[in-house]
Ligand binder design. Structure first.
Ligand code: DAH
Length: 359
């Protein structure tokens, strides 16, 4: 006879399983009875020592006991595992660092464009966009920049080589005469042609801001790119004065660069405005004392502006005696570089995450 009493074991397991309330305790229980050297294994090992006619009945009893223990363990496991997981023990380690989700963000240029557009929208301007492929007429002629005029040279331009049928398709004009009026197609070299588009399709009063990409065949270096962004703005109505331009641009500069910023309007020349002015702000690095960023001048140029030239009004069919207006245009990259202290324009276009993540 084996020295383990099978009936005593049966009674014992019920009492023991009842008390178990953790996964490790249940595992100990399983090993004690069903393990390789456990009680069931010992009982099985003792079968050959029995007298032959007892072996079958005893073997069946051991089998029944084994199945019973197995199902008790299985039952108990169901009641233990789930609550333990929720409590953070067992299979899940609540102390493990989480996997951080890297959120996307807006490009710094998009942020600056959005910020500037929002400032103008608060002043009642509306936002309009125009196409990047423009006609020679809108980019130059309509803006009082005659084709042979030397001022055209400063706007070095990418011209498109397109068959005249394609030009007609894109401009909506047909026939040689119409093509002669719209001219060749090009990648716009500034956002000013949208002035022509808006004024041709709408009547004053107008207060419009135009953000967008522009293109110039410049060699790429720390301050030049063949593609960059501008924001154009203009206001047209009866009795718009230069003082309105000054007021609007002062609000802009203080909102973007801070209330303490000083401004100055410096006479300049643009074919589409008369009088024209370039606008400087006091250097945000040295506060006007003179440093390497402002070239010891104490001032930083931020935009071009002026009163819309009567010829531009004539070109869009407005009465130049009836209406006056101002216009301005600024480079978004330049503003962003000054605002954030960025010293190389190429950083905006390389998409290096180490740069982009800082905004
Ligand atoms: N279009 C000019 C440029 O690209 C910027 C500009 C200057 C726009 C004066 C204007 C303006 O509307 O009035 O350099």
């Amino acid at each position: 006879m084996p020295n383990i009493d099978i009936d005593a074991v049966k009674a014992q397991i019920d009492a023991e399983i009842e008390k178990i309330n953790s996964a490790p305790a249940l595992e100990d229980f399983r090993i004690k009875y069903l393990g390789r050297k456990g009680i069931v294994a010992q009982l099985t090992a003792s079968i050959p020592n029995l007298i032959p006619h007892e072996r079958q009945a005893f073997g069946q009893k051991v089998n029944t006991l084994k199945n019973r223990i197995a199902s008790l363990v299985e039952e108990k496991q169901k009641t233990l595992v789930e609550p333990e997981r929720q409590a953070g023990a067992g299979g899940v380690d609540m102390g493990m660092p989480g996997i951080a989700q890297d959120l996307g963000r807006l490009h710094p240029l998009t942020q600056v464009i959005d910020e500037i557009c929002a400032i103008f929208m608060r002043m009642g301007f509306s936002i309009v966009e125009g196409p990047e492929i423009e006609t020679e007429h809108n980019n130059f002629t309509g803006l009082n920049i005659p084709l042979e005029h030397p001022s055209r040279d400063v706007f070095d331009t990418f011209y498109l080589k397109l068959a005249s049928e394609r030009v007609s398709q894109l401009t909506g004009s047909t026939g040689k005469l119409a093509n002669r009026q719209t001219g060749k197609l090009l990648l716009r070299s500034h956002t000013s042609p949208v002035q022509i588009r808006v004024m041709q399709s709408r009547k004053p009063p107008l207060a419009v801001v135009v953000p967008g990409r522009v293109y110039r065949p410049d060699a790429v270096d720390a301050s030049h790119s063949f593609m960059f962004h501008q924001i154009e703005g203009f206001m047209v109505d009866k009795n718009i004065a230069f003082s309105d331009l000054k007021g609007v641009l002062t609000i802009l500069a203080k909102a973007v660069f801070g209330k303490e910023i000083k401004m100055r309007f410096r006479p300049h020349f643009f074919p589409f405005t008369e009088p024209s002015a370039e606008v400087d702000i006091s250097c945000i690095i040295c506060k006007g004392k003179g440093c390497s960023v402002c070239g010891r001048k104490g001032w930083l140029e931020i935009l071009g502006s002026g009163m819309i030239h009567p010829n531009v009004f004539k070109n869009v069919g407005y009465g130049p005696k009836k209406y006056t207006g101002f216009a301005f245009g600024m480079g978004v990259e330049r503003i962003a570089m000054l605002k954030y202290g960025i010293n190389d324009i190429r950083l905006f276009f390389e998409n290096d995450m180490r740069f982009l993540k800082q905004f």
